[in-house]
Design a protein around this ligand. Structure first.
Ligand SMILES: [Zn+2]
Length: 880
């Protein structure tokens, strides 16, 4: 474990390395407790660098066995080796061959970085700085090298030997060993290196690229699970075709392999030609996976595949540029899912995710720009800001330039930077060059942290037929950035007339307005539309064109009107969601004041109208009628949060909607039940989503537990089964029906770890005071393991980040349990522990009692001895 060195890395300190490594030849002799790695590096000085230049290679916990230059052992005085660094004081001035032999112990590696074992399979994870746990290297993304990898292993232990690139020579060695050689012709950074060796089953297929080349596709899974990889393979082939059609990008190697492993810190990793996946994002059938799982698999398979161009062929110059590959690739996978599924529904889901995960980052102590300027531990910057907001920034570039010019810019990016380690400046420049536009103000979206606030007042002058929007922007201060500059915000809009259609205007003044987008560039714009003969309802930030918070003085009847009639599906959803959120905030105040919340009849009835509106997609209706989550409401309230009051308010609105619409909901619920074979497609999933949203409402009515129990018993797929189990466990906790359903589920799936994750997740989110004891008990369950990241995230992660009433218990018991658990996880896996610890990032918005207890918890973690760099960084920034 790397403990904290206190070292801060700064963007402005970047300088190119004095040395290049054009060729890297690796030989692995695999053994669980003593793997030998021989690395033969061809090293050259950078042009124009002269004098005596020490070569300093990165390591992390390495044991050096041998070091040679040009085949001769290096004198002991010529180098210094520690576990974390190898320094050669005076290497030859010309090109030379450096041979390094190290020893690593994959079986002891619980941090899951570098070379480790997962269920008997050797695998690697090198992003961001894992390669240095395998061998000494210039472990930075701007060192691009051509890799040839030879793997030797016992044939019975590892019949399968995989690495990046194309397969080469293979054969037998003595004593039951064998070998395979892989060569990757595309120069790549060390973080994209991968090796997999073990005994796995293959799902094979092939793909013919647009130019007619045949690519062999392989997905490797545990024996017996091959059937569960069919959907992932289908998603892969669709992704490959889509990238050709939409971005003109063809695959470049002869093979493309995916390996599913059960112990993995992240979702998946885009290693060139050899993607390694958390098995959660590969394995699925209707019996074990929900519709959400299918959608995630499709999105993540696509995401990692798309990295082949955005990340691998063009990589990042340094880790500050992480968003160059991640934000862009998230944007690409979002577009893929939107094309494959419903664009409107996908957009709503994206925005919900952004608000749930990125907005709290921007609004709390962990705020950082999409391209950070400093870090202590890069592992902690794989954040929603870099990924999700990074994607929104790319989306805004397309909004500003238009689809055609955006594609032209992307084509130029691939043409100009193929084979480069590039920067955000390079990326923005291609769009400026392609379009002739100036994006210098827009670039602040990469450089400046914080969610901009836009406030709007609207007025209509019936005498002059003028409609005026007074728009002001401000960016709230964030840590280490108290003064903010004005942003270029593209605000899509529509003026909606009484017939529900957008009304025309004759001219506009006060801001540049193009193709339905107002371009805000100043602090204040007074935008006047002429020739507007009726007072319109104004629909702003359509499609969520900019990741901002918008406050607009709007009459509830205008919002009600937009929720019924807005031509933009996203804004229609947003209007209703705003009404629900406002009602819930008012209700929370009632609860805190000791009053019973009451809700407008029109609002409660509108939920029923939307649920039954046959002109809308099922999935849209399901999203629209699902109430904002407790954390969403807390974020909107902003300060002095009492999670119990929010929970009570939400329960009250649930009850009001269910009671008012009960016969309608019941009829709709019955109508939506379908027999026949399962289909994972978006339309079928939408139908299930709406039916399960209705079940959730109906379950709060008398005998709701009976309905939910029969829904559970009749379920023929995991989506319906898990939905019913959640309703029982959360709404009828401890009822005979809930106890029975949990036992049945456990009995049926006891030996399927991924399905048991759902069982842990559902229970970890059980509202109320008993949750902490329940979660503590579940850590003793046979299916739980503190060393497996998926188990830890399902049980501990869900409890801390989802369970608002249980985790934020007023007496601090939830935090106390959390401190113990985070420290226990950290001993094995600092990265996963640091990620867990971000659950307290919004602690300052809690009411004073809980705030004090949360602070104590953070201080307790911070006081622990030998804290890892990962965890110390998060805890200290959270407390700062
Ligand atoms: Zn990625």
């Amino acid at each position: 474990m790397r403990t904290d060195t206190g070292q801060v890395f700064r963007l402005e300190d970047y300088r190119p390395s004095d040395y290049h490594i054009p060729l890297t030849d690796l030989t692995f002799r695999l053994s669980p407790d003593s793997t030998r790695v021989v690395s033969e590096l061809t090293i050259e000085r950078r042009d124009g660098v002269s004098g005596t230049l020490p070569l300093v290679l990165d390591g992390d916990g390495l044991v050096l066995k041998r070091v040679e230059i040009d085949g001769k052992a290096l004198a002991r005085s010529a180098y210094q080796a520690t576990p974390d660094r190898l320094e050669i004081a005076n290497p030859p001035a010309r090109q030379f061959r450096l041979t390094i032999e190290t020893e690593v112990m994959p079986s002891q590696n619980q941090a899951l970085m570098g070379l480790y074992r997962s269920n008997g399979v050797y695998c690697t994870q090198c992003e961001a700085e894992g390669f240095r746990r395998i061998t000494y290297f210039l472990d930075r993304p701007d060192i691009l090298s051509v890799y040839t990898v030879r793997i030797e292993a016992k044939r019975d232990e590892a019949p399968l030997l995989l690495a990046n690139g194309n397969p080469g020579e293979r054969g037998d060695l003595s004593d039951g060993w064998h070998f395979a050689v892989w060569h990757d012709p595309f120069p790549k950074p060390s973080y994209l290196f991968a090796l997999v060796a073990g005994d796995l089953g293959l799902v094979g297929d092939s793909f013919v690229t647009a130019s007619g080349r045949e690519v062999a596709l392989g997905i490797y899974v545990e024996h017996g699970k091959e059937r569960l990889a069919a959907y992932a393979m289908d998603a892969l082939k669709r992704s490959m075709r889509w990238d050709e059609e939409v971005f003109g990008r063809e695959y470049d190697l002869d093979v493309f392999n995916i390996v599913a492993v059960s112990d993995f810190n992240m979702g998946a990793m885009e290693n060139k030609g050899l993607n390694v996946f958390n098995d959660k994002y590969v394995l699925a059938d209707e019996e074990t996976a929900t519709d959400a799982d299918f959608a995630n698999i499709e999105a993540i398979i696509a995401h990692e595949y798309f990295h082949n161009w955005t990340g691998n062929r063009i990589t990042c110059r340094d880790w500050f540029q992480l968003c160059l590959k991640e934000g862009l690739t998230v944007f690409r996978d979002h577009e893929f899912s939107a094309d494959e599924r419903s664009r409107a529904v996908k957009r709503i889901a994206e925005v919900r995710t952004l608000r749930a995960h990125q907005f709290p980052e921007d609004q709390g102590p962990l705020a950082h720009p999409v391209r950070p300027r400093r870090y202590r531990e890069i592992n902690n910057f794989y954040t929603a800001t870099v990924y999700e907001k990074g994607s929104e920034v790319v989306r805004m570039i397309r909004t500003i330039l238009g689809a055609e010019m955006f594609r032209k810019g992307m084509d130029l990016y691939f043409e100009r930077h193929d084979g480069d380690a590039a920067t955000i400046e390079d990326f923005l420049k291609v769009f400026e060059d392609a379009s002739g536009r100036d994006l210098s103000q827009f670039a602040l979206w990469y450089h400046q942290a914080g969610t901009p606030n836009v406030t709007v007042t609207a007025s209509h002058n019936a005498g002059s037929n003028e409609f005026t929007l007074e728009i002001e922007q401000s960016v709230p201060p964030t840590p280490s950035e108290s003064r903010k500059r004005l942003m270029h915000i593209p605000l899509a809009f529509g003026l909606v007339g009484k017939d529900g259609k957008d009304i025309a205007y004759t001219s506009v003044d006060g801001a540049s307005v193009e193709d339905g987008v107002i371009h805000l560039r100043k602090r204040r714009h007074v935008v006047t539309f002429s020739g507007v003969t009726e007072r319109p309802a104004v629909s702003l930030n359509r499609g969520f064109s900019a990741p901002i918070t918008l406050s607009i003085e709007q009459k509830p009847e205008d919002l009600m009107f937009l929720a019924r009639h807005d031509g933009d599906a996203f804004s229609r959803w947003q209007a209703f969601n705003t009404l629900l959120t406002d009602a819930l905030i008012t209700a929370t105040r009632c609860v805190l004041g000791g009053k019973k919340p009451a809700f407008a009849k029109e609002l409660v009835e509108l939920a029923g109208t939307i649920a039954g509106d046959e002109t809308l997609e099922h999935a849209f209706r399901a999203l629209a009628i699902s109430l904002p989550g407790e954390a969403d409401i807390a974020r909107e309230i902003g300060a002095n949060i009492d999670p119990d009051a929010i929970y009570a308010a939400r329960e009250a609105l649930d009850g009001a909607i269910a009671t008012t619409n009960q016969s309608h909901f019941k009829a709709l619920y019955e109508k939506l039940s379908v027999a026949g074979p399962f289909n994972p497609d978006a339309a079928s999933a939408g139908r299930r989503a709406l039916r399960n949203a209705l079940l959730d409402y109906l379950s709060v009515l008398p005998n709701g537990e009976t309905l939910a129990a029969s829904h559970f018993a009749a379920a023929t797929n995991m989506t319906d089964r898990a939905a019913a189990l959640m309703v029982l466990a959360h709404r009828h906790t401890k009822s005979a029906e809930a106890v029975n359903a949990l036992a049945v589920f456990e009995g049926k799936y006891r030996s399927d770890a991924l399905v048991m994750d759902k069982w842990f997740q559902i229970q970890a989110a059980t509202p109320g005071l008993d949750a902490v004891d329940l979660v503590r008990r579940l850590t003793e369950h046979a299916a739980f393991s503190m060393t497996n990241p998926n188990r830890v995230r399902s049980l501990i992660g869900t409890f801390a980040s989802v369970n608002q009433t249980g985790f934020h218990r007023a007496d601090g018991a939830g935090y106390k349990f959390f401190v113990e658990t985070v420290l226990a996880v950290e001993k094995r896996n600092p990265q996963v522990a640091a990620r867990l610890a971000t659950a307290l990032r919004s602690w300052r918005s809690l009411e004073p009692g809980r705030q004090a207890k949360a602070r104590e918890a953070l201080l307790a973690i911070s006081a622990a001895e030998n804290l890892s760099a990962d965890l110390r960084d998060i805890v200290e920034r959270t407390l700062a």
